[in-house]
Design a protein around this ligand. Structure first.
Ligand SMILES: Nc1nc2c(ncn2[C@@H]2O[C@H](COP(=O)(O)OP(=O)(O)OP(=O)(O)O)[C@@H](O)[C@H]2O)c(=O)[nH]1
Ligand SMILES: [Mg+2]
Length: 352
């Protein structure tokens, strides 16, 4: 196999020498090239990288028209000559010594090998607790919103290897914020392996990640949800939920008015009928393509989801009212959270 190590850079001049040296040491015995994609860095990263091309097999692309991390990586894919691509940062947060482990995983049959912070043996070093929290929270949101990647522990890692055919012909969006997530959703692959590594603080230079990061990440997750059809499901699930309100109210009214049932007790069959209504529409419409579990199991877990949602709603209501919040606002928050919980339980369990 021929390996192309793709490195997006912006003002990373002071990291290059050590980076190339360690890559070269780690890849002894491999046929490899380094592809640096630099966005015309003011510190002259591109120039300096070119000056090292005599010593190492480096190809430098200096972009002046385009900017951005993901588009730089995609450009790297286009320019790379290898059969296997490795993507890594320039600031030595991604230890080059891990690259052979990624390549081993590919040789053993993985299509994508991810250097992962969140599998046993991996981790982060010297991070404040809030950076850890944000990182883990962001990953959890991504895995919940995109069931296709729910088994991947670190789908936003910037350090990974893949076979060329995974991305060849894939419609990768260059404004996508996390390129690995983009690839995991749109690429052509079967097997993903994660190799542990420890992510520390950058070696030299400055971070390019600002405060807009989280918003951009959520936008990216949203776009991928649309691509996957998960957003359509969410909309259908909402419409079905609204139909359930009508069914619930209608039967409650009919039971009390026509059958003269007790108002308190009549609520129970009315609610159950609404649950069955919602189940039916969701089963035949929202999640039609996901009827994998036996029907009785789907019905059972749908009820569990409904019950869990109701419980969550009640706990939030009581808690927020206790904290002094207006009861109507508290209830609204409860309803929204309950809705999200029910959608997720149903998406991942009932029709998982
Ligand atoms: N070509 C290009 N490379 C970029 C751009 N933004 C970041 N990079 C490179 O992408 C890699 C990751 O960026 P970092 O700033 O290190 O992001 P980070 O590792 O999450 O943040 P730190 O922990 O602060 O280093 C580095 O090699 C950067 O030089 C960009 O707009 N264009
Ligand atoms: Mg970095």
């Amino acid at each position: 196999m021929k390996v192309s190590v793709i490195i997006p850079t912006y003002n990373e001049r002071d990291n290059l020498e050590e980076l190339f040296e360690r890559i070269d040491g780690a890849l002894k015995g491999y046929d490899y090239e380094i592809v640096v994609v630099d966005d015309d860095s003011p510190d002259g990263t591109w120039e300096f990288a070119r000056s090292l091309a005599g010593e190492y097999p480096v190809k430098v692309i200096r972009r002046t028209e385009e900017k951005g991390l993901s588009s730089a990586v995609i450009r790297g894919f286009k320019e790379a000559a290898g059969t296997v691509f490795v993507v890594m940062d320039a600031d030595l947060q991604h230890p080059p010594e891990v690259v052979p482990e990624l390549l081993n995983a590919i040789e053993k049959g993985a299509d994508i090998a991810i250097a992962s912070r969140y599998v046993p043996g991996g981790g982060v070093k010297n991070w404040y607790w809030y950076r850890k929290l944000i990182s883990k929270g962001a990953i959890m949101i991504g895995r919940l919103a995109l069931p296709k990647i729910r088994d991947v522990k670190d789908p936003v890692s910037g350090f990974f290897a893949l076979r060329r055919d995974v991305v060849e012909g894939a419609k990768l969006n260059p404004i996508g914020f996390k390129i690995l997530m983009e690839i995991l959703i749109k690429g052509r692959y079967k097997e993903v392996t994660e190799v542990p590594f420890t992510f520390g603080l950058r070696h030299a230079g400055e971070s390019k990640l600002g405060t807009k990061t989280m918003v951009n990440y959520l936008k990216h997750v949203y776009r991928l949800m649309r691509w996957e059809g998960e957003l359509d499901r969410l909309i259908k699930f909402t419409l079905v939920g609204l139909s359930g309100v009508v069914v619930n109210e209608g039967f409650l009214w009919a039971f009390v008015n026509f059958l003269g049932w007790d108002k308190i007790l009549a609520n129970i069959p009315a609610t159950e009928l609404a649950i069955l209504n919602n189940f039916t529409w969701n089963d035949l419409w929202t999640f039609r393509d996901l009827q994998r579990k036996p029907l009785w199991k789907r019905i059972a877990t749908f009820h569990v989801a409904a019950l869990t949602g109701a419980l969550v709603q009640w706990v939030i209501y009581v808690g927020l009212v206790y904290l002094g919040m207006n009861y109507l606002v508290a209830n609204l928050i409860g309803i929204v959270v309950s809705f999200v919980v029910r959608f997720l339980v149903n998406r991942h369990v009932t029709w998982g």
